[in-house]
Every structure is written in structure tokens, then in C-alpha cells.
Design a protein. Structure first.
Lengths: 241, 1220
């Protein structure tokens, strides 16, 4: 595998596109931090306030941040995973501001009132626009089965190399029987391999050629002269005498 | 027994209906003239009128109410309200904006129209009129006028209210009024004040006028008025003759004085201003069905999703934060409530399935079609009268493309209502050389030489198309019977009710006649040298040039003693006049049947020859009248006149009594001869009818004319031919006449009923037989009004309907206006076919309103039909263009537009539906709010309107050349369910492609950076594909492409991109969620976008392309073939060439022709008079125009005065005809 090799995690049966989930964020807060009013974070409910203090970043999406971690070794040598640049530039520059996490429930020592704990905690000393895992996570997926970029391995992997992955299984998917998968993939300028679009192109093309041929044969065997007015409906029924 | 009783009961009821008095004198109003105080107690309504729909206060509530009566608007209001609640997945603004837009456009239109009406009313209400107040004429605005006021109306001004006519500056207390606003007739009518009030002309006298009027309550009958004027102890009956109606204007009279009887909204004309029922096209009604289907789909989708969402919701999805205090909509503890609330969510989410912009778009398209195409079509512009076609409503354009039945009036519509004196028969000799159109057509059918005998050029006098050297220029003196000729001409010159106007010179005089027949006859007299030039109330002056030396003129004054009016029961008209030499003679003209009955037994040697001539005239389609005279004995006359005067002043059953008295003197007549008048066909009628028939349209002629005339006209316009099997159901048979003569109305009714039932069943049996034997024999039904009355009974109605829809041509003759409407409704409601009525006169109004589409003939006189119509054209032949071109195209366009709307909204909503199968049925939106709300009103709005305006399957030339193309509309080929199902299948298929392709494609990284795309990227991508696909789909749907198509389609796609750039380029301050922010730039930066944008539309349109291709290849529509032909042969540009396409070669076999002549042994009597209609009107309870034969009344009033002085000296020697 040529570098860069992309490391993805894939979740299945995980409804990141559920209405309650999708809206549970505040883009204003992500950009302006405390500048966002209470009304702006209204949509974050039920993860809007903690002890009457605004949660930054608020909402279910941030709260349920994926927190499995992966590390790779080849015959004992650690393979570094670059976690920079896994998010879209526009997200980093335009959607997430220089906002530091605050009052984030997952950062509390433990679940204080016995309720469910969410996902990953956040580094309180790093502004949100640099916390790329969060940025990637918050670009919510369209389908319940989705992949998200975890990082890049920036070295070539030769064939038959045995790559060992160590997974910290933190993220709870057992309750809803969601599957987790780890995916390593390279991309071309078109994107990932086994492209759906490619298959679709070939299918549509094939069908078109086939139909074209069929039409051709039919026209060849049973031609209908164009513009022959004897084919008009009222000319076909022989006039009653 | 029971059966007999029920039948007799019905018949009796019918008789009761017929003779029921239609005025109820029990409820009357009393008016004290010139007495404001006394009238106050009655609190009559004022004279100000208001025709506005709204006022300042009611505009908003009422206007909004009107708007929300449209289901679509109400639905969107509800959706907007719903989207303001937490269940909504979308922002309320996004639903409200299109709604507000749509409604404000409609409200502004309403307000503007109402403002115009208001302004109009204001002008009318402040018109000034002279009112007598405090003993002086005061100029007051109309609105200040009250009942009982005495007003003075000057020449050429309008009457401010319904006035009781008191006095005028004219002698004899008459005045002339023009009623064109009421009935469209431009000839002047005479009104005459009661003699007792003649002298209240000037101020001094008028202020002394004290009287009490007792009259009927306000009603809408324009031609009736009953009341009494009580002056002192005298009670004088007043009639419509003394009533001056608001809306009419005063002519030829300096001023008149009258008392206001009905004011403001109580005037007859205002009571008549009915709300024309607004018609909706059938397609639009089917559209409602479609909307209903969309609603059901919506309901089903919401139902499925909400049930599933109730099942789905579960605490196990911990990341959804479904804690115990979760809001109801996601509370797994109450799944039922979850389902209910989610249902509402989905209703809001899927709301775009109802196309909010559909109605507005269709309205715009139709208005454009109307104003730019129909109203401006040169082909429907009549140069002679400078009349373009006029669509008075834009609701029915597409209905014009589906007409299957046309009901046409005859006179004025198929024919010109121009009567020309054509032939005559005097003393058994036939005169006149002309050949009628009908004869020419018959000759053409026979294949015998068509002699183009054009009518002689020299006699280009209106109403006169006659040439025969034996009669013209005094030559008649050398004929075998010059005395009889003289009687003939005199009868023409004297026996009529025509009013001469203008200079008393033969070239300049204008005859104001109650019917064009009369004008033709009087003109004929003029041409023969008996120039009628002046009429006074008691006399007629004729300039006669028949005397010994040619060129010597002599003015002869005939004193008119009595006029026995024409009406349709009498079918004759008589005038009793006295020559200057004292000869007392009765001239009579009328239908052959009535005249022959009253002829003297002897002294009528050429009776039989004349009958032959009448039959010949009738066969040639001419209208005939018989003329006769009788010399009267002075004593006998006086005795008779006493009875006449008595009858005249009878208060009850006056008309009936007058008829009875007339009967006494109209006997022992001596036949003079008969006249034949040609009723000229309108230009291009036969060709038009043939073309329409080829287009699958069935044309029925509904006319007040008699059977034979109607059949002849049907022949002349190629509606019927000899190849047809004809069923004639006619009440004018010997049997029925015999029964009638016995005078038992009940028995007559029964006999006719039995006869009609028998005939109908027998005809139906034969029709079915001929259908089964597949002889291809075309059928024609002719039925007269009287039989129709029974045939329209519930029991026979079904039979009549079955029979008539099997017939290719149906002619109903002698039908009343109401029957015209009944026949129309029978087909409309019974056969469920689209009907069109076309007519020109007031008697067609009911039929025009009853049909799906009413067409009025405009341009000549008469506005009533036009006012009631939906479309007005100047000529019958313009129907070809109106239906075959405009109607067909409108239908094609509108059905395409509606189907396209159906498709694009269904498809759009389905993509959201598929998406929600993957979101845990949560009601998450796939697209952004604004995408969704602008989808209908911006990104896909314009192109479909362009297609709706410009789309055209074949050239206009070929639309005319192939009238058969019209059948597609009748069979509803383009908007039947099959078509909609195909569109729906296409919508489902496309939605699958448009949802799954973009969303499946983003499961992996989409460029070399390996980054992943999310929900909003997929949504925006899919939306882009949707916009592109939906817009490109139009290219497949439309038949040809102009630059407007290109501009609008690519403009819409471009508009989406521009919007997307702006929308994702700037943060939306209103939107708390910046979901779409920067999205378009991200996805456009991936190859995925560019590949998908090519693949997805192609893949989605592939199915439609395949379908269209297969359609064209294997089962081409007719228009496909013609398109190909156009492509190969090129389109003929010069469309004028085909307007009057040459007649098709006659297809009938030769042995059949000529049948017609033998069959119609009729004499062609017809004398069009509005009275004929009013006769039926009184029978059926419909009030129609009735011209009062004022002159006759005036004349007879004077008679009584002068009798005593004149009678003694003038004893006419019978048989002496010469005057000197």
C-alpha cells in the first residue's frame, strides 16, 4: 500500500442522522464560544447546560464523540498515525472558532449522577478548531453506516506485511448492537477504491449500449418509415364503406 | 288506471305550468309621487349602487377568506402553523414565505379589480340628473334620487332609475329609448305615456302632479310590469310600455318627465345582474383529484414513517440522550404519542408534495395564452367588424381542447341574420332568378354543374337580392295579373311594424324593424316602387310610382286603423287600413298553414300552384310568408272594432282576448302570393363544420326555427347529408293536429307523450341495429321543441340520451331558450362529455351558461350572449382556430404542466421519504429548509411556465390540416390516468436514483485527502442533481425548443448554483444552524461532485428516455408522425393558405343524392321574431326579450277617437284597388 494510508473507523447501526441528534449542536457556539447566547444553544438540549452553566461544545453530537483509539505496530515497531489534516479546511477555518472547551460533561471525573456518560473527553487546553477528531465527528454522517477518518499512516506498507492494530475499545455500541470496524484504505485522485460511482457508470453505459443495439435491431428488422402519414390512427382504420 | 292517472296528472301539471300567471299582484308597493314625506314610511332603498366585492374594512378578512377557500392555500397555512411548533423539522419562515408570496399576489389582483369597480360605481352614482324638489328642478347626483321623485331626463342621457313615464316633449306623449345596454338591440323602442299625464311636462305643471302608484315589487323581469296609477279617483293601468328602465337611454326626444319607481339595486337591470357562475375546467377538476391523490400518498408516507418511528425509538440509542425527561416526541415511554407527533413532523417535512405554485403557474400560463395568443390571433380577427376574438375568462383554455359536443344556435351564428328578399310568387307565377347556397350545395353533391350564378350586381341594396325583369322597374304592369301585383306590393308596404328613420329618400332611409324579415319585405316594396317613408301613429305614407306614366310619383296616405300583432301562436300579422278613397282593407301576412286555413273557399284559383311554390322555396332553404288581403265592409268592421277595443282594454288575459277577436276578422282572405327570403349563411360555415366533424366533434343545431328550415340549414352547412339515416321526431303530424283540434289539452299531451316515447324507442332500436350491423351508416336525429319537452322527461331522458349520442348530427328545432339549456345539460351531465354552446342572441344565454364553455358571437348587435359567454368570436368559422389550434394546444400544454408538477413534487418528496427510512424515521430533512421552500417557487418554476406557454406539438398549419389530432383531446390522451401513472413510475425511479446515487457514493473518501463527507454534503449534492434532472426532464417533455426554453432551463439551474454559492458563502444570521455553510465549496472541490452531476441525471432520465423512445418507435402518437413529416417535408410557413381548406370530395354515393329534395316537402315558412322566444319563455317561466309593437298600440288607441268622424263618408267599393 502506497502512502498515505488512511485509517478509518466505521460504525454501523449508528444513527448520526437522527433528527434529534443532527440538530443537537450550536454552530454559533462552535464558532464564537461564550459569545453564543442561551437561545443560540437552545437546540443543544438536553446537553445544553450542566449545573446551569453552558456546556462548550454543547449538544448530543459533541457529547457522544467517538473515543476508541487505535495504534499500529509492524513487528513491534510503532507505526505513527498522523491525526492532522483529517478534517476539511473549511470546517477548521469557518465553522469552528478559537473556542476552548468548557464545562464539558465527559471531562468530569465520573458520571456524577449515575446517568450515562457520553463519549470522549476533550483537551481543555486545545481550541476546538484544532481538535480535529471532534470536527470530523461533528460533520454528521448521512447514513447509519458510516466511516470517519481517524488518521493517516504516512509510510508505504509492503505486501504481506503484518500490521498489528491495538484498539482501545472505549466506545459503547453494545447496547444498540452497533458494529465497529477499522478500515485501512488508500485513495487515488478520484477517492477510495471500489467506487460506487465507477460501477454505476459502467452499468449505465452497458445498459445504454445494449438498448441501443436492441433498438437498432428492431429498426433493421421492422422499419417504420418516418413521417409516413398512413400510420396516422385515422388512416389505419379502413374507412367504413 | 293508476298509470293513466299519473300520466294525466303530469300533463295537467304541465298545462298549469304553462298558463300559470307569473305576476303576483298580492304583494305590491305603493308610491306617492312627488311626496318625500309620505314615501319615507316605506323606507325604499336609495339610488346609489355598489358593485364592489369588498370595502376598506372587509377587504382583508373577506379577501383572505376567499384566498383560503382554495384548499392548497389553506393546507399551506396549516403547514406554516405546524412548522412553528417543535415537531417541525423545518424553519417556519421557509414555509410561510412562498405562501405569503402567492397570497399577496392574488390579493393585489383582487384589490386592483375591486378598486376599478368602486371607481366605476362612484362615477355612476354622481352623474347629475334634474329632480323636482321643492317645486323646482334641481341638479342632483343620481345617488340622492329616491322613489317617488319626479325627474327630468334629457336627450341622449341615461335613465337614473326605473321611471314611470309621465310626459315628453314629443307629441302624443311618446319617447324613443335605446335598450342596447339591456338586450343589445340597437333599434329604438317607443314608449308611450298615459294620456292622462301627457301635460305634466314643464316645471309648473310637474310640481302639481300628485298621484299614487301601486305596482309590483322589484323583480328581475325586464319585460313585464304591472301596476296602476291612481290620480284623483281615476285608476289607470300601467304596463311595461310606460316604464323607462335604468340602463336605457333617451333618443330623439328633447326630454321626458317621469317618476322613479324602482331605484338603485331594486331596478330591473340591477336585479338582473346575476353573478355569472364561474366555470372551472374539467381538467382543473381532475387536478383536484390529483391533489387528493397526492394527499393520500402524503398520508400513507407519513403514516408508515410515524408508525415506524414509534417502533424505532428506544433508550438503547444512548447517544440520542433519551433520558427520562425527554420531550414527548422522542419519549420511548409513550410510543403512541411519539407516532402521533412524528406524523405531524412528516406532514411538515413532506409538504412540498402539494405543489403550492401549481395554481399560480397555471393561472399565469392561462392568462398569457389568453392575452397573447387567443385575443391577438389574426386568424380570429374579423376585419369587417374590427372584432378580435376575446376570451372573457382564462379558466377554460384547456377545456377548448376537449370539446366533444357543440351546440349551435342557427340565426346569427350559422346564418348571418341577414335576410334578403330573394324570390316571390304572385298570383301563381314565380319570380326571381337567384340560386341559393343550398341549391348550389345540392348541385355540388349531385355532381351536376355548379353554375356560378352570382347574384346580380346592380341590386346591392341591403335586404334585397332579387332580380327579375318581369317585376323590376315597373315592368310588373305587363304581367298577367298587375292588380294582384299591386296588392302584393301594397301589402308589403303597409302590413308591417317598421319604423323609418332618416331622410325620406329611398337611398337614405333606414328601416328600424323588429325583425330583419320585415325590413327585407319593406325594402322589397321600396324596390318595386312602393316606397314606405313615413309613419305617424295613425297612418303610413307610401310613395307609389306605379301610376300610368313611369316616373310619376304619388304620395299615398293609408290610414292604419288596427294592427293585429304578430306572435308565435298566431303566426300572422294583420293591418286594417283605409285607403284615401275610403276602401277598407285588411292585409295579412303569415305562415302558409295559418293563411291557408283562413282563405276564402272560392276566389283563390292559384292556391295549389302557390303551395307548390312554397314547397320549392322551402326546399331551397328560403323563408316564406304568405300574403293575403280582405276587403272589409264598414259596418262589419265597426262591429268588430268595438269588440277589439273592449279586448284591448281588458285587464285580464288581454293577449288571449285580443287573439280571439283577431280571429273574427282574419277570415275569408284572398291569397295574393308568397315571399321567399334567403337567410344567408355565415362565411365559411360549411367548411368549418366539416373540419370540426373530422376532429371528432359532434355539432348539434338548436334553433327556434321550424323543422324544415332547420333541416335545410343543417344540410347547407354540411352537417347532415343524404348518406345519413334520419330519425325525425316531430309533433306536427296529422294525428297530433287532429287531437289538438279537439281542444283537449290533456288529451293532446298524452297523445304526444305516447308518440314521442314510441318514436324514441323505435329509433333507438334501429340505431342499435345499425350500429351492430356495422354498416357504418351515420345517424341523424331531428326533434322539435314540443316533442323534446316530453323526451326530456326523466323516463324518456335516458332513451333520448342513448339515441342522441349515437347520432352524428342532431337538430333540435322550435326549442325554447330553456330547452336549449336542458339539452346542453343533458349531454353535459348525462353523457359526461365536454360541451360548448355558441350563440349570438339573448335566447342563447341560458344555453351558453349551461355548457362547459359558452361562446358568444360578437361584433354585430347584441351583447347579451357575449356578456354571458366565456369566449367571444366574431364568426362561427373562427371556432376552427379556437378549438383546433388554441384549444388543442392549451390542453396539451396544461396537461403537460400539471403532469410535470405532479412528477416533480412527488419525486422530490420521495427522495426525502427514502432518506427517512435510514434516519430511524425521525423526520430529519435531507435538504436544507431553504432548498426545500425555494425548490417549487424558484429553481423549477419558470421552465415549466415557458413550456406551458410555448410548447407546440405540430405546426399551426398542420393543426388545421389534420383536425383528427383534436381527437386526442376528446379522448383525453394526454391527461388520463395511464399517463399520470407513467409519470409517477418515472418519479419513483428517479427518486431512487437521485437519493441512492449521491448518498451511496459518499461512503468512502471522495478525493485524495481521504476526508469524508457528511449528511449536508450528500443532501446538497442530491439537491443539485434533483434540480438538474428535473429541469432537464423538461427537454424530454417538450416538443420543441426555443431560446426561451434554453434560457429558462439553464437559467434555473444557474439560479440554483448562484443561490448555493451565496447561501453557503455567507452565514445566515437567521439560521442558528449553519449546516450548509461552506458545503457547496467542499463538495465542488471533490471529483465526486463532477462525476455525479453527469451520471445521476443521465441515469435518472434514462428510463424516461427509453419510454419516450419506445413510444415514438413502436406506438407513435399521431402527432409524432406529423412531427416526422414536418421534419422531412419542412413546415409550410404560409399558414393563410390553409385557413379555408378546399372541400373534400363528396363521398356519398350518387343514388342517395336528391333524396333530400323529395323528402322535405315543406314550405319554408319562418318569420323570426323575438316574440317567438318570449312565447316559449312564458311557457317555461323564463323571461326573454319581447319587443312591444308599440306602433300598433298607438294606432289602435287613436282609432277609437277618429272612427266616428271618418267612417260615414268612406264606404269602400270592394274590388276597387286603384286610388285615383
Amino acid at each position: 500500500m502506497k502512502k498515505p494510508i488512511f485509517v478509518y473507523y466505521q460504525l454501523e447501526n449508528y444513527y448520526q442522522n437522527h433528527r434529534r441528534y443532527v440538530k443537537s449542536r450550536s454552530d454559533k457556539q462552535l464558532l464564537y464560544g461564550e459569545g453564543a447566547s442561551l437561545a443560540d444553544t437552545e437546540t443543544c438540549k438536553p446537553k445544553q447546560l450542566l449545573d446551569d452553566q453552558p456546556i462548550i461544545p454543547c449538544g448530543l453530537i459533541a457529547w457522544s464523540l467517538f473515543n476508541d483509539t487505535y495504534s499500529f505496530t509492524i513487528s513491534g515497531n510503532a507505526v505513527p498515525v498522523n491525526k492532522k489534516g483529517i478534517s476539511w479546511k473549511s470546517d477548521r477555518y469557518h465553522k469552528f472558532g478559537n473556542v476552548y472547551p468548557e464545562n464539558f460533561p465527559n471531562n468530569l471525573p465520573n458520571n456524577e449522577n449515575g446517568s450515562l456518560i457520553g463519549g470522549s473527553s476533550l483537551d481543555l487546553n486545545v481550541p476546538l478548531n484544532e481538535q480535529e477528531d471532534l470536527i470530523v465527528w461533528m460533520r454528521t454522517a448521512a447514513l447509519p453506516t458510516f466511516r470517519k477518518l481517524y488518521g493517516r499512516i504516512e509510510q508505504d506498507l509492503k505486501a504481506h506485511t503484518q500490521l498489528t492494530a491495538q484498539i482501545n475499545n472505549n466506545y459503547n455500541t453494545y447496547s444498540f448492537r452497533g458494529k465497529k470496524k477499522l478500515v485501512l484504505s488508500t485513495t487515488s485522485w478520484l477517492g477510495g477504491k471500489n467506487d460506487f460511482l465507477g460501477v454505476a457508470y459502467i452499468t449505465v453505459g452497458t445498459v445504454s449500449i445494449f438498448l441501443g443495439l436492441a433498438f437498432f435491431i428492431v429498426q433493421w428488422k421492422y422499419p417504420r418509415p418516418l413521417g409516413d402519414i398512413s400510420y396516422l390512427s385515422w388512416n389505419q382504420k379502413p374507412a367504413t364503406s | 288506471m293508476a298509470r293513466w292517472r299519473s300520466a294525466s296528472y303530469k300533463a295537467r301539471e304541465r298545462i298549469n305550468q304553462r298558463y300559470a300567471p307569473h305576476n303576483d299582484l298580492l304583494h305590491h308597493r305603493t308610491i306617492y309621487c312627488n311626496d318625500l314625506e309620505k314615501n319615507k314610511q316605506f323606507s325604499f332603498k336609495g339610488n346609489s349602487i355598489s358593485t364592489t366585492k369588498y370595502n376598506v374594512l372587509t377587504f382583508l378578512p373577506k379577501g383572505l377568506f376567499e384566498q383560503f377557500r382554495r384548499v392548497a392555500n389553506l393546507y399551506f397555512l396549516m403547514i406554516s402553523i405546524l412548522s412553528a411548533t417543535p415537531v417541525s423539522p423545518v424553519n417556519p419562515i421557509t414555509n410561510a414565505v412562498p405562501l405569503v408570496l402567492v397570497i399577496s399576489v392574488s390579493l393585489i389582483k383582487e384589490a386592483y379589480e375591486d378598486w376599478k369597480r368602486f371607481f366605476n360605481d362612484k362615477t355612476i352614482n354622481s352623474t347629475m340628473v334634474d329632480v323636482l324638489r321643492d317645486g323646482h328642478w334641481r341638479k342632483l347626483p343620481w345617488r340622492r334620487l329616491v322613489v317617488g321623485d319626479i325627474v327630468k331626463v334629457h336627450k341622449d342621457s341615461f335613465f337614473p332609475a326605473d321611471l314611470l313615464f309621465l310626459a315628453s316633449t314629443n307629441q302624443d306623449g311618446v319617447c324613443y329609448v335605446e335598450t342596447s345596454n339591456l338586450d343589445g338591440e340597437t333599434n329604438l323602442k317607443i314608449r308611450k305615456a298615459l294620456e292622462r299625464t301627457w301635460d305634466y311636462v314643464d316645471e309648473e305643471r310637474a310640481k302639481e302632479f300628485q298621484g299614487e302608484i301601486q305596482c309590483e315589487q322589484p323583480n328581475n323581469s325586464l319585460y313585464t310590469f304591472t301596476g296602476n296609477l291612481i290620480i284623483g279617483k281615476q285608476t289607470l293601468p300601467v304596463t311595461p310600455n310606460q316604464l323607462l328602465l335604468r340602463g336605457c337611454s333617451l333618443r330623439n326626444t328633447e326630454f321626458i318627465v317621469g317618476v322613479a319607481v324602482f331605484t338603485g339595486h331594486e331596478t330591473k337591470v340591477m336585479m338582473n345582474a346575476m353573478n355569472v357562475p364561474s366555470k372551472r375546467s374539467t381538467l382543473e377538476r381532475r387536478l383536484d383529484m390529483l391533489i387528493l391523490i397526492l394527499f393520500s400518498i402524503l398520508f400513507i408516507m407519513c403514516f408508515i414513517d410515524s408508525i415506524c418511528s414509534g417502533i424505532f425509538i428506544n433508550r438503547k440509542y444512548w447517544y440520542l440522550g433519551l433520558t427520562s425527561d425527554v420531550e414527548d416526541q422522542f419519549n420511548p415511554g409513550n410510543r403512541f404519542l411519539v407516532a402521533c407527533l412524528t406524523f405531524l413532523t412528516f406532514v411538515t417535512l413532506f409538504s412540498p408534495i402539494i405543489p403550492i405554485s401549481l395554481y399560480v403557474s397555471i393561472e399565469m400560463i392561462k392568462v398569457f395564452q389568453v392575452t397573447q395568443f387567443i385575443n391577438k390571433d389574426v386568424k380570429m380577427y374579423h376585419k369587417e367588424t374590427n372584432t378580435p376574438a376575446l376570451a372573457r375568462t382564462s379558466n377554460l383554455n384547456e377545456e377548448l381542447g376537449q370539446v366533444e359536443y357543440i351546440f349551435s344556435d342557427k340565426t346569427g351564428t350559422l346564418t348571418r341574420n341577414l335576410m334578403e328578399f330573394f324570390k316571390c310568387s304572385i298570383g301563381g307565377v314565380i319570380y326571381g332568378k337567384g340560386v341559393t347556397e343550398i341549391e348550389k350545395a345540392a348541385a355540388r353533391r349531385n355532381g351536376t354543374g355548379i353554375e356560378e350564378m352570382e347574384s346580380p350586381a346592380e341590386s346591392h341594396e341591403k335586404y334585397f337580392n332579387f332580380d327579375d325583369d318581369r317585376l323590376m322597374r315597373g315592368a310588373w304592369r305587363n304581367e298577367p295579373n298587375p292588380e294582384l301585383c299591386k296588392e302584393f306590393f301594397r301589402c308589403l308596404a303597409v302590413c308591417h311594424t317598421v319604423l323609418p328613420e332618416g331622410d325620406e329618400l329611398p337611398e337614405k332611409i333606414v328601416y328600424q324593424a323588429a325583425s330583419p324579415d320585415e325590413a327585407a319585405l319593406v325594402t322589397a316594396a321600396k324596390m318595386f316602387g312602393f316606397f314606405f317613408f313615413r309613419r305617424t301613429p295613425t297612418s303610413i305614407r307610401v310613395r307609389e310610382s306605379h301610376v300610368e306614366k313611369i316616373g310619376r310619383m304619388q304620395d299615398v296616405e293609408y290610414e292604419i286603423l288596427n294592427v293585429l300583432e304578430f306572435n308565435s301562436t298566431r303566426k300572422r300579422q294583420s293591418v286594417i287600413c283605409r285607403y284615401p278613397n275610403g276602401r277598407l282593407v285588411l292585409y295579412c301576412k303569415g305562415a302558409d298553414s295559418v293563411i291557408y286555413e283562413r282563405l276564402m273557399e272560392r276566389h283563390n284559383p292559384f292556391k295549389d300552384t302557390n303551395r307548390d311554390h312554397l314547397e320549392y322555396f322551402g326546399a331551397a332553404g328560403l323563408r316564406t310568408l304568405c300574403l293575403a288581403y280582405r276587403d272589409l265592409d264598414i259596418n262589419a268592421y265597426e262591429m268588430w272594432n268595438e269588440k277589439f277595443v273592449q279586448a284591448k282594454s281588458a285587464l285580464r288575459d288581454r293577449e288571449k282576448k285580443l287573439d280571439e277577436v283577431a280571429e273574427l276578422i282574419e277570415k275569408d282572405l284572398i291569397l295574393i302570393g308568397s315571399t321567399a327570403i334567403e337567410d344567408k349563411l355565415q362565411e365559411g360555415v360549411p367548411v368549418c363544420i366539416e373540419t370540426l366533424a373530422k376532429g371528432g366533434i359532434k355539432i348539434w343545431v338548436l334553433t327556434g326555427d321550424k323543422l324544415e328550415t332547420a333541416i335545410n340549414i343543417a344540410y347547407a352547412c354540411s352537417l347532415m347529408n343524404n348518406g345519413m339515416k334520419q330519425f325525425i321526431i316531430n309533433s306536427d303530424t296529422k294525428e297530433i293536429r287532429d287531437v289538438e283540434d279537439r281542444g283537449d289539452a290533456l288529451e293532446t299531451a298524452q297523445v304526444i307523450e305516447r308518440y314521442v316515447a314510441e318514436r324514441l324507442n323505435e329509433s333507438l332500436r334501429q340505431a342499435v341495429e345499425s350500429e351492430q350491423t356495422q354498416t357504418g351508416l351515420e345517424l341523424a336525429l331531428v326533434i322539435d321543441g314540443r316533442c323534446l319537452m316530453y323526451a326530456l322527461d326523466p323516463e324518456l331522458r335516458g332513451t333520448l340520451l342513448k339515441l342522441s349520442v349515437m347520432c352524428k348530427a342532431v337538430v333540435c328545432c322550435r326549442v325554447s331558450p330553456l330547452q336549449k339549456a336542458q339539452v346542453t345539460s343533458m349531454i353535459k351531465d348525462g353523457a359526461k362529455k365536454i360541451t360548448l354552446s355558441i350563440g349570438d342572441g339573448a335566447n342563447d344565454v341560458s344555453m351558453i351558461q349551461a355548457a362547459h364553455i359558452g361562446v358568444g358571437i360578437s361584433g354585430l348587435e347584441g351583447m347579451q350572449a357575449v356578456m354571458a359567454s366565456d369566449f367571444a368570436i366574431a364568426q362561427f368559422r373562427f371556432l376552427t382556430d379556437l378549438l383546433l389550434v388554441h384549444g388543442r394546444l392549451s390542453y396539451l400544454r396544461i396537461s403537460k404542466v400539471v403532469a410535470y408538477f405532479f412528477y416533480k413534487n412527488l419525486m422530490f418528496t420521495l427522495t426525502q421519504f427514502w432518506f427517512n427510512l435510514y434516519t430511524g424515521f425521525s423526520g430529519q430533512r435531507f435538504y436544507d429548509d431553504w432548498f426545500q421552500s425555494l425548490y417549487n417557487v424558484v429553481f423549477t418554476a419558470l421552465p415549466v411556465i415557458i413550456v406551458g406557454i410555448f410548447d407546440k406539438d405540430v405546426s399551426i398549419t398542420n393543426s388545421r390540416k389534420y383536425p383528427q389530432l383534436y381527437k386526442a383531446g376528446i379522448e383525453n390522451i394526454f391527461f388520463r390516468w395511464r399517463i399520470l401513472i407513467i409519470w409517477a413510475i418515472s418519479a419513483v425511479y428517479q427518486s431512487v436514483i437521485l437519493f441512492f446515487f449521491p448518498i451511496k457514493a459518499i461512503e468512502e473518501g471522495k478525493n485524495s485527502s481521504g476526508r469524508m463527507l457528511g449528511l449536508w454534503d450528500a443532501g446538497t449534492m442530491a439537491f443539485t442533481c434533483v434540480v438538474v434532472t428535473v429541469n432537464l426532464r423538461l427537454f424530454l417533455a417538450c416538443n420543441f425548443i426555443t431560446r426561451w426554453h434554453l434560457i429558462s432551463i439553464f437559467g434555473s439551474i444557474l439560479a440554483w448554483f448562484i443561490f448555493a454559492f451565496f447561501y453557503s458563502g455567507f452565514r445566515n444570521p437567521l439560521d442558528k444552524q449553519g449546516n450548509i455553510y461552506q458545503v457547496i465549496f467542499v463538495i465542488m472541490g471533490t471529483w465526486y461532485f463532477w462525476y455525479a452531476i453527469v451520471l445521476v441525471p443521465v441515469a435518472s432520465l434514462a428510463l424516461d428516455f427509453l419510454h419516450e423512445g419506445m413510444r415514438r418507435w413502436f406506438a407513435p402518437y399521431d402527432y409524432h408522425i406529423i412531427q416526422e413529416e414536418e421534419k422531412i417535408k419542412g413546415v409550410e410557413r404560409d399558414e393563410l393558405l390553409l385557413v379555408e381548406s378546399p372541400r373534400q370530395a363528396p363521398e356519398q354515393s350518387l343514388e342517395l343524392t336528391g333524396l333530400h329534395g323529395e323528402m322535405s316537402k315543406h314550405t319554408g315558412y319562418s318569420f323570426d321574431s323575438p316574440c317567438f322566444d318570449s312565447f316559449f319563455a312564458s311557457q317555461e317561466g323564463v323571461s326573454m326579450s319581447q319587443r312591444s309593437y308599440d306602433i300598433a298600440r298607438r294606432a289602435s288607441m287613436r282609432v277609437s277617437r277618429r272612427q266616428s268622424s271618418d267612417l260615414g263618408s268612406d264606404s269602400p267599393p270592394p274590388g276597387h284597388n286603384s286610388l285615383i
